[in-house]
Design a protein around this ligand. Structure first.
Ligand SMILES: *[C@@H]1O[C@H](CO)[C@@H](O)[C@H](O)[C@H]1NC(C)=O
Length: 541
């Protein structure tokens, strides 16, 4: 046999062994997917049985308090025009908070009674004509009640980070984002619940227990800004400030059927959020708004970034939706998380169909390079964050995962199971830094080249509507649809898209490249206009 013939034969063998490998891989992949579905199904069945048939929903809203369902923009205008007093608005919100909290269990500190005094003082000044046009312009949120999560500091209010050791700790000064909202005229009425150190996909701590989903009390509100989402969706707060390091604004917003915007990293000062100084370089965490109306996101963003950045980010410019380019992605390909439920695929199809009629070039289906490695990327980048979870959880002292696990098993731990899980994860083999940096770079480059200055991407929020409490312990990776955009530091808006047959909220994410927050907001506003927007968990009677 000639050398050429031998080489040909070898090539053939290599080729066929590659094909065999591909087939084997695809069979294994499918077996894995089926096992995953079976496990999800079983977990769902067991938890359904565990939580029983009783589904408690949010109490009805009395018709006389219907102003609570208005947007922040409408309410602010009404207060300015003396159509309603600020006192009426604030006291109605506080009454509603007291009514819904026994069901949702979302409040850590509050309601703050001094908010009523503040409201009276504002009414007095408005009545006497003491507020100039200038002051109204500088305070677009004058008299509007709002809330924030416990981990974001509010002067003289509880700042526990969800841990028992800090149960009586109060903040010495306002976080920057809280200060900015107060300066814009808004009135803080309560702080809301979080998982310990914000580190879990459910909102549960040993201070007040777990926060319940107002659409179905047996289900999770997500985390970590879970108290915020539950309170806002039930009209116990007009709007809220969340923070997001791996989906913490968007996940609870999705499960509770409201809007949430995770801004581009770095454009909102994080001083006072989970004890940060605001000077940390390169962090995935960012503060942002949570609302019942898409149209309220933009005015809050303008306050949070300040006048200079509002101009730089073109937040005042009207977006021509016809001039944007649209893309959608139906799966991240990450086999650690479940496959996306058909009802969410259908929701995405509705969105795509709608934008097909707007965009001359249509909506193009894409996959993102390396998105299937999202879980690993996020896990690595979490280890590069300036704050140490272990240290924060220990309230300044480094905890030993083994000791804490032993304490948990013997029932003497002061921490939740979720925190023990995170402690254990921290001693598991680390991701390979060089490899992760490279796949992150490629993923970033792929998204940046795809979207450029004028592209938006429709991406799933997660794989299904709100799961039962505790589901996340069996399936920790569904949240990777959110955390990809923390890894990439890009803006992403969570938009509600009606309810599923169980009456639970559905939704989608809108993604753009860094500093194109305005595209996300414009598309969210259009989706609110075209579809149902936020659908309440309660009836009005
Ligand atoms: C993950 O997704 C599957 C499939 O949609 C679902 O059954 C399960 O409840 C989800 N778990 C969590 C924690 O999101």
């Amino acid at each position: 046999m000639s050398t050429n013939a031998r080489r040909d034969q070898r090539n053939k063998r290599n080729k066929s062994s590659q094909i065999m490998k591909d087939i084997a891989y695809s069979i294994l992949f499918n077996i894995f997917v089926v096992i995953h579905m079976l496990v999800d199904y079983l977990v769902e069945l067991i938890l359904k049985w565990y939580w029983g048939p009783t589904r408690i929903r949010c109490p009805p809203l009395q018709r006389k308090r219907v102003i609570l369902t208005y947007s922040v923009q409408e309410l602010a205008k009404m207060i300015r025009n003396k159509d309603v007093s600020c006192y009426e608005v604030v006291s109605a919100y506080i009454d509603r908070l007291n009514e819904v909290n026994p069901v949702i269990n979302a409040v850590i500190d509050g309601p703050f009674i001094e908010a009523l005094e503040e409201a009276k003082a504002i009414d007095d000044r408005i009545q006497r004509g003491l507020i100039s046009e200038n002051e109204f312009a500088e305070k677009p949120f004058l008299g509007i009640p709002f809330t924030t999560k416990d981990s974001t500091a509010v002067k003289d209010k509880l700042h526990t980070l969800g841990i028992v050791a800090r149960r009586n700790v109060k903040a010495k000064e306002d976080a920057e984002c809280v200060k900015l909202m107060k300066d814009a005229g808004a009135i803080i009425i309560a702080t809301t619940s979080i998982p310990e150190i914000n580190r879990w996909q459910e909102t549960r701590n040993n201070l007040i227990g777990q926060t319940n989903n107002p659409y179905d009390s047996r289900r999770t509100v997500g985390g970590s800004s879970g108290g915020e989402a539950a309170l806002i969706t039930t009209c116990g707060s007009a709007f809220g400030l969340g923070t997001d390091i791996g989906g913490s604004i968007r996940m609870p917003a999705f499960y509770c059927g409201i809007f949430g915007h995770k801004p581009t990293s770095g454009i909102v000062n994080t001083r006072g959020c989970t004890l940060r100084t605001g000077r940390e370089v390169s962090t995935m965490v960012v503060a942002g708004p949570m609302t019942r109306y898409a149209s309220d996101l933009r005015p809050i963003m303008k306050v949070l970034v300040g006048p200079k950045a509002t101009v730089a980010l073109k937040l005042n410019e009207k977006t021509d939706l016809k001039k944007l380019r649209y893309f959608y992605c139906t799966s991240s390909g990450d086999i650690r998380c479940s496959s996306v439920h058909p009802q969410l695929q259908r929701a995405m199809t509705r969105v795509v169909d709608h934008f097909q009629t707007i965009a001359p070039e249509g909506v193009q289906k894409v996959t993102l390079k390396n998105s299937e490695k999202t879980s690993q990327m996020w896990r690595y980048w979490m280890t590069q964050e300036p704050a140490s979870f272990n240290n924060l959880l220990g309230n300044g002292k480094q905890l030993s995962p083994f000791v804490e696990l032993a304490k948990k098993i013997t029932g003497s731990s002061e921490y939740t199971l979720a925190s023990i899980y995170s402690l254990i994860d921290s001693i598991m083999p680390p991701e390979k830094a060089d490899k992760i940096k490279e796949i992150t770079r490629q993923c970033d480059q792929d998204l940046t080249e795809l979207l450029g200055d004028d592209g938006v991407l429709f991406y799933h929020s997660t794989t299904n509507s709100a799961p039962y409490h505790y589901s996340a312990f069996v399936n920790v990776f569904n949240f990777s649809y959110w955390c990809l955009f923390n890894v990439l530091h890009v803006p992403a808006t969570q938009v509600p898209l009606g309810l599923d047959p169980d009456g639970l909220p559905l939704g989608i994410q809108i993604v753009a490249t860094r500093n194109r927050d305005r595209h996300c907001l414009a598309v969210a506003e259009e989706l609110e206009r075209a579809f149902s927007g936020h659908i309440p968990s309660f009836i009005i009677d």
